[in-house]
Design a protein around this ligand. Structure first.
Ligand SMILES: [Zn+2]
Length: 362
C-alpha cells in the first residue's frame, strides 16, 4: 500500500505494539454519546485489497460497526468493498488524492498545470522532497474543471456515499519537524525551493488583485496578502468541489493538517473556512514530536475554530502509539475535547477495535 497520507512517507504500518492487555486499561468516564446526545462517529482510512473475500469483508465490517465505526474512507474504487461496507451499515466514501496528481498522462499532456516554486522550478519535472510530489496549481480554472469532473465521476456511482479530499493543499513549505533529520533539511524559514506557487497564472492573479508584482518585493514569503491569496486559491478549489458534491446530495469531507494554525503555516490550508460536511485533521502527534496529550489540545483548537459549522473527527496515526493504553488515552483526549469521533490510520486489529469500543461505551 502506498502511504500516504502524510506528507512524506515517514513511517510504516507497523501496527500497534501492544504491551498491555486491553482489559487492564483504566476506563475513563466517556459517555456513549457526545454532549448533544449524538452517537460517536468513528472512521477508518484504508486501501481496498482485491484479495479480500466477500465473507471476510462481511465479518470485518460488522465487527467495525459493533466497535463504533460508522464510515470508511477508501483510497481506491472497489464496488465489492463499498457494497459490503454499506451492507454493514457503514458509510462508504471515496478518499481522493486531489492536488497531488502524479498521473503520467496528465503530466505529459498538461505540464503547465503544475505548480512552480519561488525559483521557477515546476513540480512536473522537479518535484520537491520525493518523486510522487506532483502538485497542481490551484489557481488554474482548467485544474478546477479537471477535479470537478473527477468528483462528478466518482459520485455518479450509486455505491459511493461521499467524497473525501486528501492532499488538498500546497506542498509543505515547512515539513513536520520529525522529518527534518530524514531529509537532512533545517527548515527554520520558508526556503524558495519549497515555496509554491509562483507560476505565471498565480503571479498574474496576484497582480490583478493587489497591483503588485510578487517577485518584485523583498521577502515575498513574508507578504500577508500573498499568503491570503494562496489560502483563497485552495479555498476556491475546495468550495468548487463542495458545490459538485452538494448537487449530487452527497457529503464532502477532507483530511487536513492537525490544527488551523499549523495547516495555514506549513501547507496554506485555511480549512476552518471550507464548505465541508466534516473534517479529519491528521493529528499525528509523532510527526510533530508531541505527546499524546497534545491530541486533546489540537482537537480543542480545531473545534473552537469551526464554531459548530461542521464536525471534526480526530485523525490518529496508529503506529505513533507505543502501547494500547496510549491509544486509549489518545481517543479519550480527542472525544473529551469536542471531536465527533476519531478516524484511524494503520492496522485496525482486534486490540484496536476493543480499545475503540471500550472508549466509546464506558
Ligand atoms: Zn500557480
Amino acid at each position: 500500500m502506498k502511504t500516504r497520507r502524510t506528507f512524506i512517507k515517514a513511517g510504516f504500518l507497523a501496527g500497534l505494539s501492544i504491551n498491555l492487555p486491553w482489559k487492564a486499561i483504566a476506563t475513563s468516564a466517556i459517555p456513549l454519546t457526545d454532549k448533544n446526545n449524538k452517537e460517536w462517529k468513528h472512521w477508518v482510512w484504508t486501501h481496498p485489497n482485491d484479495k479480500d473475500t466477500v465473507e471476510a469483508l462481511q465479518k470485518r465490517y460488522e465487527r467495525y460497526y459493533q466497535a463504533g465505526i460508522r464510515g470508511i474512507f477508501f483510497e481506491a474504487d472497489s464496488e465489492k468493498h463499498f457494497r459490503q461496507a454499506k451492507a454493514a451499515r457503514l458509510e462508504a466514501h471515496r478518499w481522493m488524492w486531489t492536488l497531488n496528481q502524479g498521473d503520467k498522462s496528465l503530466l505529459e499532456s498538461h505540464p503547465e498545470w503544475y505548480a512552480k516554486n519561488r525559483k521557477g522550478e515546476s513540480c512536473a519535472d522537479q518535484p520537491p522532497y520525493v518523486d510522487y510530489y506532483r502538485w497542481l496549481c490551484p489557481s488554474r480554472p482548467e485544474v478546477i474543471n479537471y477535479l470537478e469532473q473527477a468528483v462528478t465521476d466518482i459520485l455518479a456511482k450509486d455505491y459511493v456515499d461521499g467524497i473525501h479530499l486528501d492532499y488538498i493543499r500546497f506542498s509543505d513549505v515547512i515539513l513536520p519537524v520529525n522529518l527534518w533529520d530524514k531529509y537532512s533539511i533545517e527548515q527554520t524559514s520558508e526556503l524558495p525551493e519549497y515555496d509554491y506557487c509562483y507560476c505565471e497564472v498565480c503571479q498574474a492573479g496576484y497582480k490583478a488583485w493587489r497591483d503588485t508584482d510578487i517577485l518584485s518585493i523583498p521577502y515575498p514569503q513574508e507578504s500577508l496578502s500573498w499568503r491570503l491569496y494562496r489560502y483563497r486559491a485552495i479555498n476556491h478549489v475546495v468550495n468548487s468541489l463542495a458545490k459538485v458534491a452538494k448537487s449530487k446530495h452527497k457529503p464532502i469531507t477532507a483530511a487536513v493538517f492537525p490544527t488551523p494554525e499549523v495547516a495555514k503555516r506549513i501547507v496554506r490550508q485555511d480549512w476552518k473556512n471550507w464548505d465541508l460536511n466534516g473534517v479529519a485533521p491528521m493529528i499525528y502527534h509523532g510527526f510533530y514530536k508531541e505527546e499524546v496529550s497534545w491530541i486533546g489540545d489540537a482537537v480543542a483548537e480545531g473545534v473552537q475554530g469551526l464554531n459548530g459549522r461542521f464536525p471534526l473527527y480526530a485523525g490518529l496515526y496508529l503506529p505513533d502509539f507505543k502501547h494500547s493504553k496510549e491509544l486509549h488515552l489518545g481517543i479519550t483526549y480527542a472525544l473529551q475535547n469536542g471531536a465527533a469521533g476519531v478516524s484511524l490510520f494503520g492496522d485496525i486489529n482486534e486490540e484496536v477495535l476493543q480499545i475503540l469500543e471500550n472508549a466509546a461505551t464506558h
